[in-house]
Ligand binder design. Sequence first.
Ligand code: 13P
Ligand code: SF4
Length: 350
Amino acid sequence: MFMNADAKLEAARAELAATYDLAPSDAAMRDTAAIYDKVRRVIPEADWMLHAPYVRAINALKAQKDAVILAHNYMTPEIFHGVADVAGDSLQLAIEATKVPQQVIVQCGVHFMAETSKVLNPAKTVLIPDSRAGCSLASSITAADVETMRAQYPGAPVVSYVNTTAEVKAVSDVCCTSSNAVQIVNAMEADTVIMTPDGWLARNVANQTDKRVVWWEGSCIVHERFTPEELRAYREADPETAIIAHPECTPAVVAEADFTGSTAAMINWVKVNKPAKVVMVTECSMSDNVAAEAPETDFIRPCNICPHMKRITLENILWSLHSGEEEVTVPDHLIAPARAAVEKMIALTA
Ligand code: 13P
Ligand code: SF4
């Protein structure tokens, strides 16, 4: 019988409640006390009361199902610190996906990340707790668009950001992430390099390479919203404030920053430099995740949320592990070429 989305959600909730002990309890608080110690700076105890039974159930079920949770740095703290086995930026998650021994990968991130795990592990089961978790960059370009760019710049290699579908990766020469984009572009033999789909990342790379970089005009709905004016206002309010930015921001924003790097590089910068005050110019949850571990730093939060990343919750992670939904598949003919583009990136980065 056809069930609408609300009825399906209610049925899933009822099945979870009947199978696991999900009511807030002192026992769940005790069982998760060591984890809560890591996040108490950023999650009030009343909220943890609600999270604790899910964290406990997910961690127990992972072992039973031979599953590993790969989580992006933009996951909320209860996921990032509570249930992730590996947390990182896109490059770290892709590399770890090639190494994990478990048969099931639960990707807590967006759909292109789960596809990347699948093309690197075609024989494994890859699950995403909500397949609607997309990305404005990945949805901005198709394989046909890549071919159009190739026709425009004959002989120029295509470097595609990992924030692309498997279909786009499959027609690209190599992938890159925010942590290795300059390195990958410099490794290309041609003088002209096509970068897709992030026009702002491409412009930032163009400012750091002698290659002629041409690009597709995609953008990230989170990072394109930051402005140099708002960052200057933070600095004027307190000149000691450190500003660190993700390279999906515009070059004008990057020019205001003390440091620019991938999400993992930004986290590392805060841990190493221990600034008294910092603005992390990126998605909101990053500041929460680092703040949990950096008591000496005061985080100013210009809060731009990625609605796609926020589709992943403890509840749908538990459902995914319990039910095996939603399995990520990539058509057979795309697996080898998409994998080649990702593996070439990993090899060039190593
Ligand atoms: P990172 O690879 O730096 O984690 O970036 C991924 C992403 O989607 C940022 O918006
Ligand atoms: Fe895509 Fe931007 Fe969300 Fe990252 S933050 S997943 S680039 S929409």
